[in-house]
Ligand binder design. Structure first.
Ligand code: XMP
Ligand code: MG
Length: 184
């Protein structure tokens, strides 16, 4: 599917595939340098981070192991509440491991804040975060993120793993939805 085919549903292409690829190459070089002498476990948060995990992992030169978590955030509508339930836990014991959480997007920050304290309590050797996208205007809790791909406006975005009602995850770029898609 290309940008033209999706034109009717999308309002704007916010970040192109080329921009994502370039950013991942730039970030992977920094992560490679940081973990040059360490065994790295990257942890993707399902489902949104599937694309960024797959592409980042293939861009890194450092050998990594990969694991996944699925969490659901209780809350009204599209607002995150910070009360998080684990739907799928890690298969890996992360005690004494160097762990990098790979996220698609940080919105309020509540989900990641919970995740950091949950994984932190398992006593990893180190725990860091890479997020492809971040909405600085939506932050409700301060979070120390080690690597950020793109800071974006406080709008609902889809594509490259991100969905609206489970659709649009397979778009190779990040875009905003046209109002009629919401039913407006
Ligand atoms: P919080 O607010 O806890 O949100 O940082 C984290 C999770 O909410 C989802 N989310 C989005 N999903 N477009 C999406 O498709 C968005 O603009 C968006 N904002 C937040 C996402 O699952 C994220 O991990
Ligand atoms: Mg997510």
């Amino acid at each position: 599917m290309n940008e033209k085919d999706m034109g009717a549903d999308l309002e704007n292409v916010l970040i192109t595939k080329e921009e994502i690829d370039a950013k991942l190459a730039e970030t992977a070089a920094k992560i490679d340098a940081e973990y040059a002498d360490k065994d790295l476990l990257i942890v993707g948060v399902l489902k949104g981070a599937v694309m960024v995990m797959a592409d980042l992992a293939r861009t890194l030169s450092t050998p990594v192991t990969m694991d996944w978590m699925a969490v659901s955030s209780y809350g009204a509508g599209t607002q995150s509440s910070g009360v998080v339930r684990i739907l799928k836990d890690l298969d890996t014991d992360i005690q004494d491991r160097h762990v990098l959480i790979v996220e698609d997007i940080i919105d309020s920050g509540l989900t990641l804040s919970w995740l950091l304290s949950n994984l932190g309590s398992r006593r990893p050797a180190s725990l860091r975060v890479f997020t492809l996208l971040r909405k600085p205007e939506a932050a409700k809790v301060p979070i120390d993120v080690d690597w950020v791909g793109f800071d974006i406006p406080n709008e609902f975005v889809v594509g490259y793993g991100l969905d609206y009602a489970e659709k649009y995850r397979n778009l190779p770029f990040v875009g905003t939805l046209a109002p009629h898609v919401y039913g407006g």
